[in-house]
Design a protein around this ligand. Structure first.
Ligand SMILES: Nc1nc2c(ncn2[C@@H]2O[C@H](COP(=O)(O)OP(=O)(O)O)[C@@H](O)[C@H]2O)c(=O)[nH]1
Ligand SMILES: [Mg+2]
Ligand SMILES: [Zn+2]
Length: 338
């Protein structure tokens, strides 16, 4: 598709239309909430946030039915994946009256640099890598530290197997084999050819997963391959809200046909490690755990101190040199401790 250049005038017009639409939806939400103040509410029911658009939520009940709900600002941020309590109203919209505790929250910086929740109750990060674009330095370890910090499982998906011949693919895979040794599954696929997806589908079963990785590695292509009925699911969502299909650009929880859920989020590209201290960073390297606290110096930086248990483990082959290099690199970038 040829990229059409929009004139300033056209851009302004589009911005105005979008602003009007947002305002209209906010007004509708306010009006509905006002009606509910005087009306009868149904009994409280549990639900899961499938997607959110402004103050509008699509809530899935335990039976799998979708409900258009609104929420008041005093409940705080409510995001895709949150577990909530909602109540039916006389009108088409329900009202969310409570947000349940989150087990995990993926965050990203907002326009002012503050961390803002992107998706809640994710249980697994799928780190997607490909031969092209070449995997960036320490990114994989940053995602793994984030996963450990969040308390969620992680697996590594190597995509674009079709780009390489067998020997080259084996060589590419070998570069990451040490992750499998420390318990992170390594799964090779081709999203384009839809090859090798079964072991991945198996790992996604029973989890709420989100795909992370550099731009261009094939996350969107994988989502398409894994959720063949994505269009139909989106159709049901826009029907439930009456908000139209522009809701599809929002972070959305999809059902996987063989079980499990996949969150597709345009914001995930700016997902980042939150602020953390040195101890938390150390805990993020799971194979370091048996050695922590065994160095000669209690404040050992694991760089070149004598009798460093981590360095010794590396020399003995129990810690991969690249992982230690990653750790040292990330440790140098920590904010200074006082
Ligand atoms: N050869 C090949 N190309 C792929 C594969 N998966 C994705 N691509 C291509 O890689 C590019 C980026 O894919 P996309 O899904 O948009 O990546 P994203 O930025 O991570 O969402 C597109 O041109 C895709 O067609 C694959 O398995 N094999
Ligand atoms: Mg994409
Ligand atoms: Zn040490």
């Amino acid at each position: 598709m040829a990229k059409r250049r929009l004139t300033q005038q056209q851009k302004a017009r589009i911005a105005r239309i979008q602003q009007d639409r947002r305002q209209r939806m906010a007004d509708q939400a306010e009006a509905a909430l006002a009606r509910n103040d005087t009306g009868e509410l149904g009994s409280p029911r549990p639900g899961r946030v499938v997607t959110r658009h402004g103050r509008n939520l699509v809530i899935r009940d335990h039976g799998g039915d979708l409900h258009h709900c609104l929420f008041r600002q005093n409940l705080g941020e409510i995001v895709c994946g949150d577990h909530v309590v909602w109540q039916a109203t006389g009108t088409a919209e329900g009202v969310v009256t409570a947000r349940l505790e989150r087990h995990s929250a993926l965050t990203r910086p907002d326009y002012s640099g503050r961390d803002k929740a992107l998706a809640a109750n994710v249980t697994q990060l799928v780190i997607v890598l490909a031969p092209e674009p070449e995997p960036a330095g320490f990114l994989i370890d940053q995602y793994l530290v984030a996963a450990e910090h969040l308390g969620v499982t992680a697996l590594i998906c190597l995509n674009k197997a079709d780009l390489l011949d067998e020997a080259a693919w084996e060589a590419f895979r070998d570069r990451f084999a040490h992750y499998q040794v420390i318990g992170y599954p390594l799964i090779g696929v081709s999203a384009k050819r839809e090859h090798g997806l079964d072991p991945l589908i198996e790992q996604l079963c029973g989890q709420t997963s989100i795909l992370v990785g550099q731009s261009g590695v094939g996350k969107s292509s994988l989502v398409n391959a894994l959720i063949p009925d994505q269009e139909a699911q989106v159709g049901r969502l826009s029907q439930a809200t009456g908000l139209g299909r522009h809701t599809t650009s929002a972070t959305t929880l999809y059902d996987l046909p063989s079980g499990g859920e996949l969150i597709d989020s345009p914001g995930v590209r700016s997902f980042r490690l939150g602020q953390m201290d040195r101890a938390t960073l150390e805990q993020g390297f799971r194979e370091f755990l048996p050695y922590l606290g065994h160095c000669k110096f209690s404040n050992c930086a694991h760089e070149d101190e004598p009798e460093c248990a981590v360095q010794t483990a590396m020399e003995g082959g129990d810690i991969h040199p690249e992982r230690l290099a990653s750790f040292l690199n990330m440790a140098r970038n920590l904010p200074k401790e006082h």
